[in-house]
Write a protein that binds this ligand. Structure first.
Ligand code: UDP
Ligand code: MG
Length: 139
């Protein structure tokens, strides 16, 4: 069943470059309602657990290093068809392949430092939201 919620992180590179406001503006203008949001920083253990599915990939150690090097903005977003529409809004994993006007095209540097996370399924959106927020923090 579609839940119409997705989970996002504005990653350390986006926060470092001062893009929080511009990215949130684009998210709001695209019809997403912010259900939960916070500035936080993942520990190594957090990032290893969050990205456990990628633990055997060659980029895993670099990914954990990147995602823990500074604060992120974690948020839960609501909209009809949220998971799919948000993946469309952020664009391809590699910004070089991302469509014009997508968040990754506009704000990302490389396939590894790609500015934003977006859940890839309703199931993972629920798991990832619960990883960062308690029920009382979601509105
Ligand atoms: N990543 C990377 N190198 C790659 C593929 C992915 O560094 O070749 C990083 C990148 O930050 C990406 C994250 O690992 O966003 C998770 O990868 P995934 O394939 O799930 O991409 P996404 O769902 O974020 O588009
Ligand atoms: Mg993914």
């Amino acid at each position: 069943m579609a839940t119409n919620r997705t989970f996002t992180m504005l990653k350390p590179d986006a926060v470092e470059k001062g893009h929080i406001g511009a990215i949130l503006e684009k998210i709001s203008a695209s019809g997403f309602r912010i259900v939960a949001m916070k500035l936080t920083q993942m520990t190594t253990k957090d990032a290893q657990a969050f990205y456990a599915i990628h633990s055997e990939r060659p980029f895993f150690a670099d990914l954990v290093e990147y995602m823990t090097r500074g604060p992120i903005v974690a948020a839960v977003l609501e909209k009809d068809n949220a998971v799919e529409d948000f993946r469309t809004l952020i664009g391809a994993t590699n910004p070089a392949d991302a469509a014009e006007g997508t968040i990754r095209k506009m704000f990302a540097e490389s396939i590894s430092e790609n500015a934003v996370h977006g859940s890839d399924s309703d199931e993972n959106a629920a798991i990832e939201s619960a990883f960062h927020f308690s029920g009382r923090e979601m509105f």
